[in-house]
Write a protein of this length. Structure first.
Length: 149
């Protein structure tokens, strides 16, 4: 059983990209093959990104459905970033500020890796990072070739 932190970009692509490696990662979480962690900061980011990409009402509907999905999924957990905010000083040198909540929650909740499409994470060496494609390949799953990361 893999335990992974899912970055917001994986959530966005998983929600919007029906034929994507990110969607496939979410389906593995849904089936229980993967246990996932996200933080409440991710929900706010998700809302901002979807509101840029979709009409506001549709974006808000998708965020609502995602929160409902997460709250009923025993294999995905939302962690409050405020519990770990005091650790910012310790980790701020490893990553850009906007990604700090993701890095801290991933480390503090002892996940094995961060699944992300964000290149900022590849510059740190505190926790393993994989793209959705790399993660699926590691598990021996088929990947979507049209999904470049």
């Amino acid at each position: 059983m893999k335990h992974a932190y899912l970055d917001t970009n994986v959530l966005v692509m998983g929600i919007l990209g029906h034929k994507s490696n990110s969607r496939q990662v979410l389906e593995l979480v849904n089936s229980g093959e993967v246990h996932a962690v996200i933080c409440d900061y991710s929900i706010e980011e998700l809302k901002r990104v979807l509101r840029r990409l979709l009409p506001r009402k549709e974006a808000d509907r998708r965020v609502y459905l995602f929160i409902k999905y997460v709250s009923s999924n025993p294999f995905m957990k939302i962690v409050k970033y405020d519990y770990y905010r005091h650790r910012e000083g310790h980790f701020k040198e490893y990553i850009v500020k906007k990604d700090l909540p993701h890095l801290i929650v991933a480390i503090e909740t002892k996940t094995e890796m961060i699944i992300t499409k964000d290149r900022h994470f590849s510059n740190q060496e505190l926790i393993r990072t994989l793209t959705p494609r790399e993660f699926l390949q590691e598990l021996g799953k088929n990947v979507f070739e049209g999904d470049d990361l």
